[in-house]
Design a protein around this ligand. Structure first.
Ligand code: PRP
Ligand code: URA
Length: 215
């Protein structure tokens, strides 16, 4: 049966530059160095979209010519939370745009047989309830890892969570959106389905292995 999901909480960042870079990323001829660079570039472009509605506050400044009322980001510095290990490949892309973001780490690993996630590490910045949390993981496949990460973050008090993936499967989107009533999900593409090993089709293969050269 085809998966369905609440499209109002999903944004596909399908700018031509994103589509071009994503095609290079998917290509199995693309090596580790270029793969890492592309993940970072794609994350930068996605972060730009995922932070479009961050609140601003007025600030008085003086330009070399005149005083003016300008704008700064309001409130606490956002947090970026990579899901280990592949999410680490997206970290620098977020920091390129938000250099003072705080960084949390969540270790999740899929069991090769059951495909269910196992949490093996967690270290979060303080006050995550007051911060926009950008959770990053390039692959949203069954949605098990994302669902577990989100429920952990909710239990720690996180309220504004935006999940940035690069490639998502419809099955994973349904699971994540059903499991969390507020999260917003960003992806560069929503692919067709999962295969018998719970890999995204056509996807890009194992993102962690391609980022870290552990194929
Ligand atoms: C991959 C990926 C996600 C997860 C997605 O990580 O980075 O975390 O699988 O699959 P799911 O939606 O079915 O849970 P993996 O477990 O391979 O670990 P890695 O990041 O260490 O490679
Ligand atoms: N994890 C990956 O790295 N790739 C997939 O296609 C699914 C899970």
């Amino acid at each position: 049966m085809a998966s369905s999901f609440d499209a109002t909480r999903v944004s596909v960042v399908d700018h031509p530059l994103v589509q071009h870079k994503l095609s290079l990323l998917r290509d199995n001829q693309t090596g580790c160095k270029q793969f890492r660079e592309l993940v970072r570039e794609l994350t930068r472009l996605e972060t730009y979209e995922a932070t479009r509605d961050l609140p601003l506050e007025p600030v008085r400044i003086e330009t070399p010519i005149a005083p003016m009322e300008a704008a700064h980001l309001a409130g606490r510095t956002p947090a970026v939370i990579p899901i280990l290990r592949a999410g680490l490949g997206m970290l620098e892309g977020v920091l390129d745009l938000i250099p003072d973001a705080l960084v949390g780490h969540l270790g999740m690993e899929r069991d090769e047989v059951t495909h269910e996630p196992r949490e093996y590490y967690a270290k979060l910045p303080r006050d995550i309830a007051e911060r926009t949390c950008l959770v990053v993981d390039p692959m949203l496949a069954t949605g098990g890892s994302a669902e577990a990460a989100l429920s952990y973050l909710r239990a720690q008090g996180a309220r504004d969570i935006r999940f940035l993936s690069i490639v998502a499967a419809p099955e994973g989107l349904s699971r994540v959106l059903e499991g969390d009533a507020d999260v917003r999900v960003f992806a560069c593409a929503i692919d067709e389905c999962l295969n018998e090993n719970a890999y995204i089709v056509p996807g890009l293969g194992d993102a962690g292995d391609r980022i870290f050269g552990t194929l």
